[in-house]
Design a protein around this ligand. Structure first.
Ligand SMILES: NC(=O)c1ccc[n+]([C@@H]2O[C@H](COP(=O)([O-])OP(=O)(O)OC[C@H]3O[C@@H](n4cnc5c(N)ncnc54)[C@H](O)[C@@H]3O)[C@@H](O)[C@H]2O)c1
Length: 263
């Protein structure tokens, strides 16, 4: 692959790198020359990159992971806070304290611990990229736990960006639309797939590498003046309604002047 945005020699950690979007980020980073450590509860299928078994909801494990990478490689340049669980369809009728707690422990506490300990270890130029979601930007039914956790990721990204800017670290987030990963395709007759196909302006789901490509840019030197940004990679679904059926009012003609109905 002939890739722009070299990451030659960069020391990167990708949480949730064993599957889906995370695995696509790992593949892209390796192709761009980075040395990658995968931090996941489960091991990766292949033998690309180092693997450290990590539960991101456990602060001690996250701290040990990042300290370990820094002491093995002498630096930590890039952290991708990608690990997440996706309990959609949890309404206010059905939400329980355990679903709420676990979703926030992984998706919100995990990202917070990653930012806290990576920023302690990174030098000027360090990059932190968090995986949010389009449902963190838009309210959705059944988003009680998941969408709220991703809205928190967006706000954590902005808070961290302003706190860490003076130290030369950038913090950004990607807000993917519905992406073809095991978390989505592994659910039999997943209604989210049909929903996304009809409602996404581009008319299709995204591929993991389309998200990884945006992460790759944000991790590169070329993104040096980008911080606190939330980048949708969603086929347009967060841009607005893809259908808004209105008829043209009588007093407006497509090419002509405005005709005041009172005159
Ligand atoms: N697939 C989508 O449509 C979509 C859309 C928007 C956002 N996202 C977000 O993208 C990220 C990746 O999602 P995916 O679709 O690739 O999911 P996935 O289930 O394919 O991969 C998630 C990975 O995270 C790991 N993981 C889960 N909990 C963990 C924990 N506590 N500690 C360490 N690792 C853990 C899993 O083992 C898995 O390898 C998630 O944060 C998800 O919320 C996904």
């Amino acid at each position: 692959m002939n890739l722009p945005f070299s990451l030659e020699g960069r020391i990167a950690v990708v949480t949730g790198g064993s599957s889906g979007i995370g695995a696509a980020i790992v593949a892209r980073f390796l192709a761009a020359g980075a040395l990658v450590t995968i931090a996941d509860r489960l091991p990766p299928a292949g033998d690309d990159g180092d693997y450290v078994r990590t539960d991101v909801s456990n602060e001690d494990e996250v701290a040990a992971l990042l300290d370990g990478v820094r002491s093995r490689h002498g630096r930590l340049d890039i952290l991708i806070n990608n690990a997440g669980i996706q309990p959609l369809g949890v309404t206010f009728d059905t939400v329980t304290s355990s679903v709420l707690r676990r979703t926030f422990e992984v998706n919100v506490h995990g990202v917070t611990y990653g930012i806290k300990h990576a920023s302690r270890l990174m030098e000027k130029g360090g990059r932190i990229i968090n995986m949010a979601s389009f449902v963190g930007l838009l309210g959705v039914p059944g988003g009680t736990a998941y969408a709220a956790s991703k809205a928190a990721v967006i706000h954590l990204t902005k808070c961290a960006a302003i706190e860490l800017a003076a130290r030369g670290l950038t913090v950004n987030a990607i807000a993917p639309g519905t992406i073809l990963t095991p978390a989505v395709t592994g659910i039999p007759d997943n209604p989210e797939i049909a929903f996304a196909e009809t409602r996404t302006p581009m008319g299709r789901l995204g591929a993991p590498d389309e998200v990884a490509a945006a992460v790759h840019f944000l991790a590169s030197d070329e993104a040096s003046y980008v911080t606190g940004a939330i980048l949708p990679v969603d086929g347009g679904i967060s841009a607005g309604w893809e259908r808004y059926d209105l008829s043209l009012p009588n007093e407006i003609s497509l090419c002509g002047e405005w005709h005041d109905p009172q005159s």
